[in-house]
Design a protein around this ligand. Sequence first.
Ligand code: ARG
Length: 478
Amino acid sequence: MSSSPISDNQLANKSQAWSALFSEPMSDLVKRYTASVFFDKRLWAADIAGSLAHAEMLQAQGILSAEDHAAIERGMAQIKSEIEAGSFEWKLDLEDVHLNIEARLTELVGVAGKRLHTGRSRNDQVATDVRLWLRGEIDELSLLLNALQTALVEVAEKNAEVILPGFTHLQVAQPVSFGHHLLAYVEMFARDSERLADVRRRVNRLPLGAAALAGTSYPLDRERVARTLGMVDDKGVACVCQNSLDAVSDRDFAIEFTAAASLVMVHVSRLSEELILWMSQAFSFIDLADRFCTGSSIMPQKKNPDVPELARGKTGRVVGHLMGLITLMKGQPLAYNKDNQEDKEPLFDTVDTLKDTLRIFAEMAGGITVKPEAMERAALKGYATATDLADYLVKKGLAFRDAHEIVAHAVKTAIQAGVDLSQLPLSELQKFDARIGEDVFEGLSLRGSLEARNILGGTAPAQVRAQVARHRARLAQA
Ligand code: ARG
């Protein structure tokens, strides 16, 4: 043991804090390179919550006196108000959020502050902090995902009867309800919500008690800490990481979260691409409210869909974070390595990007102006009911492949005449097959085609309304 006792001042100065082993202070460049406080201070609330739960348990286990525990609580309350008021002085010298808060605690309450770290390491501390913080963010994101779904369901209901050309290969395929089309995105975002809820279960597990890597010799009650922090399953059973080495080194939960976030962004990006196409003059299917668009500094006529374009772009950024995190882990031996400090910025940026994007999209959905005439015109241009004519012939006894061939000839004739299938006279249609009767026209109209697909999951407006009701009930429960 070193002969002279260490003063609080010395403890507050990191270059001397490690131990007497170090004979020279860290260089400024290395300090900046290794410090994380300027981004991880964002974890302060989780860090304090984790410390309070740890201290409470230390006292309950008889490891910490009631006085020390009270001092720690008092000190942490003061630190909380300092941080909230913006008066807390974050010091680069103290490397990260954990050491900054601990040093200030010791400044405020003396030796009790130094006792807080009993049975704990920054390795299990940081893993706990990130999990607690991410859990809160997942809860906010789930609400935002629900708000976006609710907004889309509303637009879908209003447009259940509106006919849009459905595309495959971006070629007109069959008429679909615009509401049905929007509900496809609601399905995607509903799966995203499920995925986030699933990720949350694995985020919500307690690493504390793993200490540096091997566990600790103090009789800690890890389950108690988990319960205090709300790290419990559906049945209220404490969720505690079961292997100390894994507890401090695992960042799978961060990767899983970023993967789920990437999928959310991919869905947003696909929707964005459609909004951009639909708003272009060539389509003119929709208009976006002015407040989501920008003009051009040179072309006075321009109104650009910047928000969906940016969202499409930011998808690359989030997927990039997923790649960053997954690569971060691939070469790490057990257990904790400093590499893991690099988990934070990608996670933070993923959450920020996702939150802003979901908020804007929920608002933007309500501001879509639909142009049903343009959609219908486009559907008519593309012979969207050709399949319906084939289906009609099948009902009259033809084999589908033969019907398909006959309709191809009919479409060719219609293209040459510059008319829609429904505009060919009956006598003309009968030249392709004598079995065609007056009743054919019902199915050849866009609306007839739409109404005919009255099957679970189909595009008939009745089905769309049924799905709207199902989504509403589901979202009300969430
Ligand atoms: N700032 C560090 C991180 O984010 C905290 C853990 C540091 N642990 C250590 N043994 N150096 O990962």
